[in-house]
Design a protein around this ligand. Structure first.
Ligand code: AHR
Length: 502
């Protein structure tokens, strides 16, 4: 089977905003406690954070981390997490039916984020709280000093502001499962007022308004339009969330889910532009795909834990164990985000540690990389620069949701700083290798810097604490002829080919 991608140095989608490789840490299950934070662990630093986890986070190279939720944020009092730890309250978290001790709060998380070289994307509670608490947290985090909240931050040990640039106006406010869920009208109004006051407190910040919780919500599209009617001139991004699962064990349909992601993005862009036209606005709204991932493996076990063992501290919930097919889908989704990088400026893989995460930990033991770690690591480390408009000619198949799914999902990024064109490609074909030509028009190709591949596993093979076989291997089989690169993409494979250019 043959396929070809043509790109040209002058035909570009846009520059990649590195925040497209964002992630997410929620006070949920063992993400914070026993995940990033475990003071008794042998690798814990003076603040109680696990150094082994930090080094995996650095390897992943995620530059932007959403915090502290998620559903959790809609019942969170941010003030519970400041001041002396011994006087912080213990509270019921109604979102996940767990116990929150508030041992980790804004200060601790900011220290951790600094250590892993990531910027914080802070979410405010617009569920049980409102515009007053929202503007106060901005003052606490970002104002230099001389006011009640900024001086309290200094008293609590942070002389310099945290300087948090990007803020989420609540989370999934259309969902009946959300504390303080709202209609689009109700949310649009409170989000506009919160954004206004937060920006009045610090005019340098950027705001993300909540889109629908997912595109299957009955109010999808009208929710976006109504919310933007109220917020368009006050916000910078609209959020999208999606989680996929291979629930019917239909591999070919599962690997096509990234086309669903692409449709979702295009649909939300259309709504943003409709409101722009309606308002005769000069402003172009961007998208924050601030929750995306595979999430289904743990659903049944979690329902049982929530029902039978509520109010535990750090229970092992949402601990999906990812397999090889999940890594391939995550790869396809990363390529899809890159192909839409002119509008998607932020995206957060949900989440980072233990909870539907690329990194897992054992209490008192090891930290390890799930299968999905690798495509993300490749993209976040090398998919930087300018995305080239991909013209892909590939054979297709049909599946339940789509009539024409290309066997190849691919994109090329011109990493100007590294003098490379980095090609990411997934071969969805389970049986045959694909002879893939990449025509790099107008580039002066000097060789192959590296070729990493994830392939050769049963689709159900997972990495666990005991066995971690799904790891990339290096290949030396990519060939260069003039400015065409050729590679034989193995059946069911994730590929990253770094081409050196002058
Ligand atoms: O990421 C897990 C949960 O999924 C988040 O808390 C919520 O926003 C979404 O429904």
């Amino acid at each position: 089977m043959k396929a070809k991608m043509t790109v040209n140095k002058s035909f570009t989608v846009d520059k990649v905003d590195p925040r497209i490789y964002g992630s997410f840490v929620e006070h949920l299950g063992r993400c914070v406690y026993e995940g990033i934070y475990e003071p008794d662990h042998k690798t814990a630093n003076a603040l109680g954070f696990r150094e082994d986890v930090m080094s995996l986070v650095k390897e992943l190279n995620t530059p932007f981390i959403r915090y502290p939720g998620g559903n959790f944020v809609s019942g969170y009092n941010w003030e519970d997490g400041i001041g002396p730890r011994e006087s912080r309250p213990q509270r019921l978290d109604l979102a996940w039916r767990t116990m929150e001790t508030n041992e980790v709060g804004i200060h601790e998380f900011a220290d951790w984020a600094k250590e892993v070289n990531a910027e914080i994307n802070m979410a405010v509670n617009l569920g049980t709280r409102g515009i007053e608490e929202a503007r106060n947290i901005v003052e606490y985090c970002n104002h230099p000093g001389g006011t009640y909240w900024s001086d309290l931050r200094r008293k609590n040990g942070a002389e310099d502001p945290f300087a948090i640039k990007t803020w989420c106006l609540g989370n999934e406010m259309d969902g009946p499962w959300q504390m303080g869920a709202k209609t689009a009208e109700e949310y649009g109004r409170i989000a506009a007022e919160a954004a206004k006051m937060m920006k009045w407190t610090d005019e340098s910040i950027e705001m993300v308004a909540c889109g629908s919780s997912n595109s299957e919500m009955p109010t999808f599209a009208s929710w976006e339009a109504t919310v933007l009617e109220h917020t368009y001139e006050h916000v910078d991004y609209l959020s999208l969330h999606v989680y996929y699962g291979n629930r019917t064990d239909d591999l070919m349909s599962y690997l096509a889910k990234s086309l669903n992601m692409d449709n979702f993005i295009k649909g939300v862009v259309a709504i943003c532009d409709y409101i722009k036209a309606k308002k005769r606005s000069k402003k172009k709204l961007h998208l924050s795909f601030d929750e995306w991932n595979v999430w289904y493996h743990s659903n049944a076990a979690d329902a049982k834990i929530r029902e039978e063992e509520p109010w535990k501290w750090a229970p092992p919930i949402l601990e999906d164990v990812y397999n090889f097919e999940d890594a391939l889908l995550v790869g396809c989704c990363l390529i899809t985000l890159l192909k839409n990088c002119d509008r998607v400026k932020i995206a957060c893989l949900a989440q980072l540690v233990n909870v539907i995460a690329p990194i897992m930990t054992e209490k008192g033991g090891d930290a390890w990389r799930q299968t999905t770690f690798y495509p993300f690591m490749h993209a976040a480390n090398h998919g930087l620069g300018t995305v080239l408009t991909p013209i892909v000619d590939a054979p297709t198949y049909s599946c339940e949701e789509f009539a024409e799914v290309p066997y190849i999902e691919s994109v090329a990024v011109h990493n100007e700083e590294a003098n490379e064109v980095v090609i990411f490609a997934v071969n969805r074909n389970p049986e045959v290798a694909i002879d893939f030509d990449i025509d790099l028009q107008d580039f002066d190709v000097t060789g192959i810097a590296a070729y990493s591949e994830l392939s050769g596993h049963d689709v159900k093979t997972a990495n666990t604490v005991a066995s971690r076989t799904v790891v990339p291997s290096n290949k030396d089989t990519a060939k260069v002829s003039g400015n065409t690169v050729n590679a034989e993409l193995a059946p069911l494979s994730w590929n990253m080919i770094r081409v050196s250019v002058k």
